[in-house]
Design a protein around this ligand. Sequence first.
Ligand SMILES: [Zn+2]
Length: 132
Amino acid sequence: MNTASKADRALALCKEYDRLLCEISRNRDEISRASEKCDRMVTYSGGPLGKGVSYNAVPDGGNTCIGDVFEGYLTDSNFEPERRYYTETEALEIIGDCEGCMKVYLAVQARKANRMKLGAVKRSIRALGRIA
Ligand SMILES: [Zn+2]
């Protein structure tokens, strides 16, 4: 690799690095915004004399669909209970028609993929640095 092509490659990697950080930040925003829109949530209004803040919560201290998915479940088949996590198919079944939780689930998967790509870009930057 000659010096000019190394510089081009370095610039391309810098652009990709920045693009991925922006994507991950967008994924994070999506996750925090959509998590308040679960179908299981009910709006409560509190404060003195019924005035004041209103907030959303799942009744009886329950979990959102996405909360159930990420919490997983405990097995009782082994010697000691063990926490297991749902497969993608099971997760999608739990989420069902809940649009808010589906948005969170997809954003979490996208963030995971973007973080893996970011790792690859970092390794490429390092490899380029070594031959520079
Ligand atoms: Zn939900």
